[in-house]
Design a protein around this ligand. Structure first.
Ligand SMILES: *Cc1c(COP(=O)(O)O)cnc(C)c1O
Length: 380
């Protein structure tokens, strides 16, 4: 086989969905005419309503980003003390606990789904535990039934970081219906985005007024401030963009699904490489396409593969390495001890997120696979 040719332009893991600029200008004309840029304007109301339907959830509240949404989720449920979470995630997940003066307790993960290991949550429960903050990593749903059982046994609240899980369904049930609250991120790198943005989804209608107060400084009316809230509001420009991006999400999901099929077919049976699989009964978000590199069998480490790809102008990402429990701000916590997180450490050394977005061609994916196969046996 001829050695693959490097790409002329850099290839990244993701590219944002961009609606037609003229369509966006037309939409923005509505905003200009209304002379209303934020605070629950017409675009905001329209997007909130649309997303309630698209995400199949009874209650939804939009935010300026997913991180502030998660901070508010913890406040709305009055979490305190300790919350059990996963080290294998984006830094925002444990950070929102810290911003609420809650201690994150890191629990090991499942070797296959790479989500929090529900069987190990119980051993981390103490009298200070008030909740579980689990992540549907890469959109793979957590073991929601097992998490609900532990939560019920100890009276814990459950929040899901569903940042990767836009449109995921489990046996026909929309993923935002599990636990007390789910957070969706609409950051530019997510399948659906509003440039920056996010939402909380929940079933309890009584939570809606409290969440909406918390995201608007706690202001009830011109004379009454109920609580120390924050500014978590989504603006009209982002909401307008979101309404247009939403029209392209299903097309993008379909194209990514096809690309995932090509990756899987090309990499099937390669010793030491495994592709992230969609669980039976699950509708995938197609947020990321992740492979795992077993250094011993593939003859090259994940870090080696990452470095080799760069020579071909391909910029993969080590999502999620290092673990959150390895950050300087968390590594002194008793639960961050690597001896207690063996699976998370192994997984973090193996994962690699591959280029995965609709505008990438089938040929490009094939060429990336050709490159990967030449890295076999290239060492640590
Ligand atoms: C993107 C992401 C977030 C943060 O969302 P923002 O909207 O960027 O604040 C939180 N958790 C996970 C797992 C994410 O991937």
């Amino acid at each position: 086989m001829k050695p693959p040719i490097p790409f002329d332009a850099p290839v990244y893991v993701s590219r944002p969905l961009l609606p037609d600029l003229r369509e966006l200008s037309e939409k923005l004309e509505e905003v200009w005419k209304a002379e209303w840029l934020t605070n629950n304007g017409a675009q905001h109301r329209a997007l909130e309503e649309r997303l309630r339907t698209v995400l199949g959830v009874p209650q939804l509240s939009l935010f300026n980003n997913g991180t502030v949404a998660l901070i508010v989720a913890c406040q709305s449920l009055r979490l305190s003390g300790e919350v059990i979470t996963t080290p294998f995630t984006f830094p925002a997940t444990p950070h929102v606990l810290t911003w609420n003066r809650i201690q994150p307790i890191f629990c090991d993960i499942d070797p296959l789904t790479m989500n929090i290991d529900a069987e190990q949550i119980e051993r981390n429960v103490t009298p200070q535990t008030t909740g579980i903050l689990a992540v549907h990593v890469y959109g793979t749903p957590c073991d929601v039934a097992a998490i609900e059982r532990v939560a019920d046994r100890y009276g814990l609240r459950v929040i899901y970081d569903a940042a990767h899980a836009f449109g995921v369904e489990v046996d026909g049930r929309a993923v935002g219906n599990f636990g007390d609250i789910s957070m969706f991120s609409f950051h530019a790198t997510k399948l659906f985005h509003t440039a920056e943005g996010g939402a909380l989804a929940f079933r309890d209608p009584n939570l809606k007024p409290r969440i909406d107060l918390l995201k608007n400084f706690g202001i009830k009316d011109q004379e009454t401030v109920m609580m120390p809230g924050i500014n978590g509001k989504m603006n009209e420009l982002s909401a307008a963009l979101g309404l247009l991006v939403l029209e392209h999400v299903e097309g993008e999901r379909g194209r990514r699904h096809e690309l995932a099929g090509i990756y899987r077919e090309r990499l099937r049976g390669v010793d030491g490489l495994t592709c992230l699989e969609t669980l039976p009964g699950v509708r995938s978000s197609e947020q990321y396409f992740v492979i795992r590199v077993d250094e011993r069998r593939f003859g090259a480490s994940r870090d080696r593969v990452f470095e080799e790809f760069k020579k071909y102008n391909v910029f993969t990402r080590k999502y999620f390495h290092p673990l959150c429990s390895e950050y300087a701000c968390y590594r002194q916590l008793p639960s961050a001890d690597p001896a207690k997180l063996p699976v998370a450490h192994r997984v973090a050394s193996e994962v690699l997120a591959m280029p995965f977005y609709g505008r990438l061609g089938a040929d490009d994916v094939s060429r990336i696979c050709d490159m990967l196969l030449t890295f076999r046996g290239s060492g640590a």
